[in-house]
Design a protein around this ligand. Structure first.
Ligand SMILES: C[S@@+](CC[C@H](N)C(=O)[O-])C[C@H]1O[C@@H](n2cnc3c(N)ncnc32)[C@H](O)[C@@H]1O
Length: 219
């Protein structure tokens, strides 16, 4: 299996448990807010840095169960395009969009991002949260995001920590979830420059398991 195929396969059978991270039950919410705090912190940073969503067009790369797409539509985005190659993830996303009443403004497309043809469409905001963790070759991915973005580009990059990073790698390998990739802030800066992003800064996510959010400005 190629690397993208492995990641796709992983998020096909793992969709319910991934979506459960944001789950509604008090027990799962409390557990995840403590042990997966970085996931919630990056959500807060993304909502802040994407600014006023009203009237904007938004691209959500690796949208998964649609948490970001749906919230940005709820906040008034004119159009949100969520793309992900895992159909079970998208099934959850479509059902949530319907339930929350934003299905008319959110389109969920099943495809591999690098292979997807976007035509002339460009976006005011693009985001990729929790996606670069799984990319063996992040350069072309970020460069394509940059080409599609006219305004703000937001992407999360995990950093390695000896205990948590090693444990995560080991857990993924033992459970057949493939590999995970880590980045230094300097490495993210270099990636942003070679991707052609006009200006950028990094917002640190200090909670355990965090890293940085790249905030690019192509406006
Ligand atoms: C950890 S989940 C994050 C989902 C969502 N962004 C969030 O933060 O809740 C990563 C998602 O990226 C998707 N993904 C990874 N590589 C992809 C690719 N090359 N093309 C499309 N989707 C991809 C996976 O299927 C998965 O649903």
């Amino acid at each position: 299996m190629s690397k993208p195929e492995e990641v796709k396969h992983r998020f096909e059978w793992d969709a319910q448990s991934f979506a459960g991270i944001y789950g509604d039950s008090l027990v799962s919410r409390s557990f995840n807010r403590i042990f997966r705090k970085a996931v919630f912190d990056r959500y807060v940073v993304t909502m802040t840095e994407s600014g006023d969503a009203r009237g904007k067009s938004i691209l959500d790369v690796g949208c998964g169960s649609g948490i970001y797409s749906i919230e940005l539509a709820r906040r008034g985005a004119r159009r949100v395009l969520g793309i992900d190659f895992s159909e079970p993830m998208l099934a959850i996303a479509r059902a949530s969009a319907k339930e929350i009443g934003v299905a008319d403004r959110v389109e969920f497309v099943r495809d591999e991002f690098l292979g997807h043809e976007f035509g002339d469409e460009r976006f005011g905001v693009s985001i990729a949260m929790g996606v670069f963790d799984y990319l063996e070759d992040p350069g072309p991915f970020l460069a394509k995001m940059s080409r599609l973005t006219r305004g703000t580009l937001l992407a999360s990059f995990p950093k390695f920590s000896v205990i948590r990073g090693t444990a995560r790698r080991l857990r993924y390998r033992l459970t057949g979830r493939g590999d995970v990739f880590y980045y230094s802030p300097e490495g993210v800066g270099r990636l942003a420059e070679s991707a052609g992003i006009r200006k950028h800064r990094l917002v640190p996510i200090r909670s355990s398991g965090g890293g940085v959010i790249l905030v690019g400005d192509n406006g």
